[in-house]
Design a protein around this ligand. Structure first.
Ligand SMILES: [Zn+2]
Length: 507
């Protein structure tokens, strides 16, 4: 069944008499204090361990539609269903999954290399490396000698897909594209094509390879072992049976990890934090309905949340009226980064001159108050459009949330505010194998989950200061989103960017 029809049915069932919002007999109306009291670290870590176990039993990852992720989805569904407090739905959709295991050695030395999404499988051993001329954007850049060899190509100017295609056309059996600026190279070829097996390496590796070639022949081993398949996957959506279904708080995180690791901070922390609040909320009554969402395939471009909004606003089914029932969206994608900052999305645009739809400033202010009341610092986080809130911003829905940081380095100023190590990534294990149960900041995890509980309790009772979304806001917000594209180019290293796979660059 489609989401919108289920929700409409739920609304119809619970609509009747005035004031009869609540179905939980004898339960008290939720308060921040009482809800927070039910949040504890043991439960959070037990949940995280569950996700770790799912990854461990299934190849070390919980990438969307794979066994580790399916186990996550089924567990969330079952646990929420058995509370009896929620209408729970698994919303299916199909997307192309593409990932690979990559190996690269040159002159006997092993280098980190990254898969270029949509690239083909292939493997060569002890094959000479040949540097192409210029930046490999035209056929003339590829010398005849590159035939049956591995092409070494600089990043720059034209799409990676063009380079991988030209390499193949010139007869190369592999392509290594090196970054032309510092930092990781997370690339995509954009779509399936006629490519040589292609990997990306960092600038230092490129420089080392060029130096080695200047000294003589360099033999490389290159292997790309690709999985490419259409996978059915699921958003898990759980809405309180009680509460006003015309005034709904939606909150969530993504349930999938990258292929490279178990994703216990990204976004196991948001998943379990939101889940813990969902469990705790079952002890109370609510005035406004609360809808918990666990998005799939965020790491492949926020696919689950966009699919959900498309369903809801009628381009698949449903209607715009359904969208306007959502009074606010809260996003939690990484809330326990080991070298964390306490980041709050910049709803009012004060920090980054890009605000969310009207009401987002209230959501930001409410989060700020939670930390300030405890005498704790916080920093603003840019709506970089790199997590699931993007679909909600595009639909004009007031949004906010928390983010403790990913690959960006901690500044001196942040180290003074929050402790931890300056010059070290906020999450050094971001999108890697090490994003596991041993690398969570327990204090941030507990605190931020209490903060989620605080906001849920508040909006489950009253959306004061948060206007209802309307068509005008939606249009304006869509314009803003286009404007925001300027933040969306590879090298810009802003301070609010969670999931990198969603951010793969194509040039
Ligand atoms: Zn994430």
């Amino acid at each position: 069944m489609k989401t919108a029809s289920i929700l409409a049915a739920a609304a119809a069932l619970s609509a009747p008499a005035l004031g009869q919002y609540n179905t939980g007999h004898g339960k008290k109306l939720v308060t921040s204090k009482a809800l927070q009291k039910l949040i504890n670290l043991d439960d959070l870590l037990a949940g995280s361990q569950k996700l770790q176990d799912f990854a461990d039993a299934n190849g070390g990852n919980r990438a969307f539609g794979g066994a580790g992720h399916n186990a996550t989805v089924d567990w969330l569904y079952k646990e929420l269903k058995k509370t009896g407090y929620y209408n729970v739905e698994k919303q299916p959709f199909v997307e192309l999954f593409s990932a690979a295991t990559v190996g690269f050695t040159a002159a006997g030395e092993s280098y980190a290399a990254a898969y270029m999404t949509y690239g083909p499988s292939g493997s060569v051993e002890q094959t000479p490396l040949v540097k192409v001329a210029n930046i490999g954007c035209t056929a003339e850049d590829y010398p005849a000698e590159v035939k049956d060899k591995v092409a070494l190509i600089s990043r720059g100017e034209c799409p990676f897909a063009q380079k991988a295609t030209l390499a193949k056309a010139a007869g190369a059996v592999g392509a290594v594209i090196y970054n032309n600026i510092p930092g990781a190279l997370a690339g995509t070829l954009g779509a399936v094509g006629n490519y040589a097996p292609t990997v990306g390496v960092v600038q230092e590796t490129g420089n080392a390879l060029i130096a080695a070639l200047e000294a003589g022949e360099v033999l490389v081993d290159l292997s790309v072992d690709t999985i490419e398949q259409n996978r059915t996957t699921y958003n898990v959506i759980a809405e309180t049976k009680g509460g006003d279904h015309n005034n709904v708080l939606v909150l969530g995180g993504h349930s999938d990890s990258v292929f490279q690791g178990p994703g216990i901070n990204d976004d196991g922390s948001g998943t379990i934090g939101v889940f813990a609040v969902a469990k705790a909320l079952t002890k109370f009554n609510v005035k406004n309905a609360v809808r918990f969402a666990f998005w799939s395939a965020e790491e492949f471009g926020k696919l689950g949340s966009f699919h959900y909004l498309k369903t809801l606003n009628g381009s698949i089914s449903g209607s715009a009226a359904e969208v306007s029932k959502i009074r606010a969206y809260l996003n939690f994608d990484m809330i326990a980064s080991p070298n964390y900052v306490l980041g709050i999305y910049d709803g009012d645009g004060n920090a980054f001159n890009f605000s969310g739809p009207a009401g987002s400033e209230t959501i930001e202010r409410d989060f700020e108050e939670f930390y300030e009341n405890k005498g704790l610092p916080h920093v603003p986080s840019l709506f970089s459009m790199r997590s699931d809130y993007a679909a909600f911003l595009e639909n004009g829905i007031p949004s906010g949330g928390l983010f403790t940081g990913a690959e960006e380095l901690k500044t001196e100023e942040e180290a003074q505010l929050f402790g931890g190590e300056a010059g070290v990534a906020l999450d050094a294990n971001y999108h890697q194998k090490g994003d596991d149960i041993n690398n969570l900041a327990h204090d941030a995890y507990l605190l931020n989950t209490q903060s989620i509980a605080n906001s849920v309790a508040k909006y489950a009772v009253d959306f004061k200061g948060i206007p209802r979304p309307n068509a005008t806001l939606r249009k304006r917000s869509a314009d803003s989103v286009r404007y925001l594209a300027r933040f969306d180019h590879g090298s810009s290293h802003n301070h609010a960017a969670p999931c990198g796979n969603t951010q793969r660059v194509s040039v």
